[in-house]
Write a protein that binds this ligand. Structure first.
Ligand code: FAQ
Length: 329
């Protein structure tokens, strides 16, 4: 990923609509071939990738916070070690994704500044508080479960660096999902109080997770273009439905109740029907007015400021090494 980040094209070359470059790009998309950083691409394609990949990177990094808060309170050494590894994985995902975004000619510093200034989006789901240990189970089971459902199709995305980053990320997310389910299983097989904790966590996370797939297809402004370009392969609503259909039997196995009185198997459709989704709540969270939105950004800004000395030391070390290598040459 590091080499990809350094492989920045010299900026998009403007071409007239209907030019040979545009025809070649369209033909490659039609043949389902990968577009690479040095290839000509329409400016709108480049911009939408920067938007989506950077939002995705921000989500991974902000997503470390709700679980990071629980590392010191994990109930055993084993759970603590697993949770630490998971949170570190999410940081790694952010790194791969910022690097993939950089191949499109943007700088990570600028992307992070936009996040900290409240100008860039990150996933709505990370604006919610993790109130009990059971939330670590619910986040792994449901949030990582939803993330995999959305991200497996991205492994086939038309932009090479993004698709390749997603392959490794999905392998790790799959482990994350199973560790979350394992926490839920342990709680559900425990005392009645522990099972109640698991139910409370499901009650808190269910609807925000259902919203996480994005607005309904009819309101999804980007889907038309991103699907035509082979970035998005499956629509927001279809992924949401796949997630619900896969998760309901898992909740049944745990002996938990999904907090939706309208949830019902529809034999005709071959899918579960669900009750109405509160899209006002979703847009509030997306717009920076979720329960923990301000706290999340403030924590990220503080981490950036407190980590400045590490970045400065790493740069000074790299400069010294480069000077030594020049002297030796
Ligand atoms: N939150 O036209 P669409 C994870 C925005 S990673 C906030 O449908 P699109 C791992 C959207 O950006 C989770 N904003 O947009 C983990 C757009 O606004 P804009 C993140 C949202 O791009 C687990 C507007 O609404 N995953 O969980 C959301 O075609 C555990 C209109 O929407 C990704 O980023 C939302 N939920 O489809 C980490 C995957 N939904 O940009 C730690 C990659 C929509 O015009 C712990 N991204 N919006 O200002 C995607 O697949 C797509 O970008 C979608 C949205 C599906 C998220």
């Amino acid at each position: 990923m590091y080499t990809q980040a350094m492989d920045i094209p010299g900026g998009p070359k403007a071409v007239a609509p209907g030019s040979p470059e545009e025809a070649a790009f369209n033909a490659r998309i039609a043949r389902d071939e990968k577009i690479e950083p040095r290839d000509w691409m329409p400016e709108a394609y480049r911009k939408t990738l920067v938007r989506q990949i950077s939002q995705h990177a921000h989500s991974e990094v902000v997503g470390m916070l709700p679980e990071g808060n629980w590392i010191t309170r994990a109930p055993s050494l084993k759970r603590k070690a697993i949770l630490m590894a998971k949170v570190q994985d999410e940081g790694g995902h952010g790194l791969y994704l910022y690097a993939a975004a950089e191949t499109l000619g943007v700088s990570r510093d600028d992307l992070i500044d936009a996040l900290h200034a409240g100008k860039a989006k990150y996933s709505s789901i990370f604006n919610y508080a993790a109130l009990s240990w059971a939330d670590m189970g619910a986040i792994g089971w449901l949030v990582d479960g939803a993330a995999i459902m959305n991200q497996i199709p991205l492994c086939r995305c038309s932009y090479g660096p993004y698709a390749r980053a997603m392959i490794r990320i999905c392998k790790e997310e799959s482990f994350h999902q199973r560790q979350g389910f394992d926490i839920m299983l342990a709680l559900c097989r425990g005392t009645p109080a522990q099972k109640q904790m698991a139910q409370d966590a499901l009650d808190r996370w269910w609807w925000p997770v259902v919203q996480m797939f994005g607005p309904p297809d009819a309101d999804s402004v980007h889907s038309g273009a991103t699907m035509a370009w082979g970035i998005k392969r499956i629509s927001n609503d279809d992924l949401r439905q796949k997630f619900i259909d896969a998760t309901v039997p898992q909740a049944e196995l745990l002996g938990l109740t999904i907090p939706d009185p309208h949830l019902k198997w529809n034999g005709e459709r071959g899918h579960y029907d669900i009750g109405p989704i509160d899209w006002d709540e979703f847009w509030r969270a997306v717009g920076g007015d979720g329960p923990c939105s301000r706290e999340r950004i403030a924590t990220r800004v503080r981490a950036q400021e407190e980590g400045a000395w590490v970045r400065e030391a790493a740069l000074a070390h790299a400069r010294k090494q480069a000077a030594r290598a020049r002297k030796a040459a």
